[in-house]
Design a protein around this ligand. Structure first.
Ligand code: 13P
Length: 341
């Protein structure tokens, strides 16, 4: 099989109507934060047990086409001695892995970030591929406020995302390209739209310059929304309209799928916003779906609490969110469904 055939096959498995991606790629500091919220210590065994709970949830493959894993997960085994990452592929869920090494402040810049991890990336991808990984993820982060993100911050991160995506495609791995404009702050919907448009335009310019094939990548952007501390809250319809306007201006129709991150929105809000996009813009050229971390996992953690006796209700909570987001992908979700379960 040629590289292009491999990439095409992976895209077809990842981008499917009614399905989205589960982001379970929390780095060690991030998963420690998530566990702290349920008063649980982030030990290796708790992380292993939690990931086993997620990956073995019955019927997950009905609504989830891919799972993003963290490097540590690839060396963990389940209670039957089976590698955790093998729990996904055999049920038709595409396994992928986060390959960036996190963000740091950009040197000599005021409030810009830069993501690390390009050194040795091709070799790491070869090892990941030998373990069955078929896609990768790289997250760039932009903060809104005052004069930032700066033009330099936007340019640097676009270049790194494009180099990452090119290395992935050269290795036969589909890149998830994730430019995340953070929703922390008091900015309003229009400011978020303005920054997101500048960020995405630069990202696609860089991807094109680096010969990245648009048909063989997945975009994972933020929704265009008001800041978490903004006094004026936008409705799902306003968020859908602003998000689609920015996407239409910046993302080529050749891109097959756009899978949004949830960025700290509540599970219900993230689902309602995704639904508004699909209900109001059914002719969008891309499949608009989800690649949520917190908006899929928050209810799971609340039910689990680190107690083995709670595995079943926790898995049911995951399946419920996955199912409601699947409906939102088709524009068929209504808020009253939250009460039916
Ligand atoms: P959230 O949906 O919690 O924002 O996480 C998605 C993700 O993968 C962040 O990189």
């Amino acid at each position: 099989m040629t590289n292009a055939d491999q990439l095409q096959e992976t895209i077809e498995d990842m981008v499917q109507p009614g399905k989205g991606i589960l982001a379970a790629d929390e780095s060690l500091p991030t998963i420690a934060k998530r566990f702290a919220a349920i008063n649980l210590k982030s030990t290796e065994d708790h992380r292993r047990a939690y990931r086993q709970l997620l990956f073995s949830a019955p019927d997950l493959e009905k609504y989830i086409s891919g799972v993003i894993e963290f490097d540590e997960t690839l060396s963990q085994i389940d209670t039957n001695g089976r590698p955790l990452h093998e729990l996904l592929a055999h049920r038709g869920i595409v396994p992928g892995v986060k390959v960036d090494k996190g963000k740091s402040p950009l040197a000599l810049s005021n409030n810009d970030f830069m993501t690390f991890g390009l050194d040795g990336l091709a070799e790491r991808l070869q090892r990941y591929k030998s373990l069955g990984m078929r896609f990768a993820k790289w997250r760039a982060v932009y903060k809104i406020g005052g004069t930032f993100p700066s033009a330099m911050g936007i340019a640097v991160n676009a270049e790194m995302l494009a180099i990452y995506a090119a290395i992935c495609q050269e290795q036969g791995i589909v890149p998830i390209v994730e430019p995340e404009v953070l929703n922390d702050g008091t900015h309003d919907l229009d400011q978020c739209a303005c920054v997101t448009e500048a960020v995405q335009a630069e990202v696609f310019n860089a991807l094109h310059r680096h010969h990245v094939v648009f048909e063989h990548l997945v975009l994972k952007p933020n929704m265009v929304t008001h800041g978490s501390s903004c006094s004026k809250q936008a409705s799902p319809e306003e968020i859908a309209e602003a998000t689609l306007r920015v996407l239409c201006r910046t993302v080529p129709a050749a891109v097959p799928g756009i899978n949004f991150l949830s960025g700290g929105m509540s599970p219900e809000t993230a689902t309602a916003n995704l639904n508004a996009m699909n209900a109001n813009f059914p002719d969008a050229p891309w499949l608009l779906s989800f690649s949520f971390g917190r908006a899929l996992q928050q209810p799971v953690l609340k039910h689990w609490l680190g107690n083995p006796e709670n595995i079943e209700p926790a898995q049911e909570a995951l399946l419920m969110r996955a199912r409601l987001n699947s409906l939102a992908q088709k524009g068929q979700y209504v808020a009253s469904m939250e009460l039916e379960n």
